[in-house]
Design a protein around this ligand. Sequence first.
Ligand SMILES: [Zn+2]
Length: 141
Amino acid sequence: MKLKYSWIYCRQFKKNVNIKKLKENTTEFRELFEKHKDKIIKLIERYSGKKLDKNIDVYVVERDEGGSFHDPLTLKFHENNKLMFCIFIHELVHHVVDVGFGSEREHNVNRIVKKVIKDLNLNLDKEFNEIEGFAKEKYDR
Ligand SMILES: [Zn+2]
């Protein structure tokens, strides 16, 4: 699993992309990613009972509208890098959870995300609450 900062891919979401700046602004995320990715894969496999594809690349992009999505795993820049990190876990879990639709699926995904975050023990409760809020915003109108 690798992080990708692709100018040509970023261009699909925003006209003026400064990759160097994007890299600088995601230093904390990159450190969290490199330090914990192997453990995250193990935990997701444990809690889902499924094998995760180790060749998934993670594309970091900037975009004003729309969010992150899981295939290809595209992660929207957030000032709060810890939030990005939680969203990364969420999108990764989507690769093994395909049960339910809409808010039900989001709930199934977040149930695993919650366990993974708890085991990582990085004090990400606030960020987890935020991503649970995203699912509510998207589906419960
Ligand atoms: Zn989702």
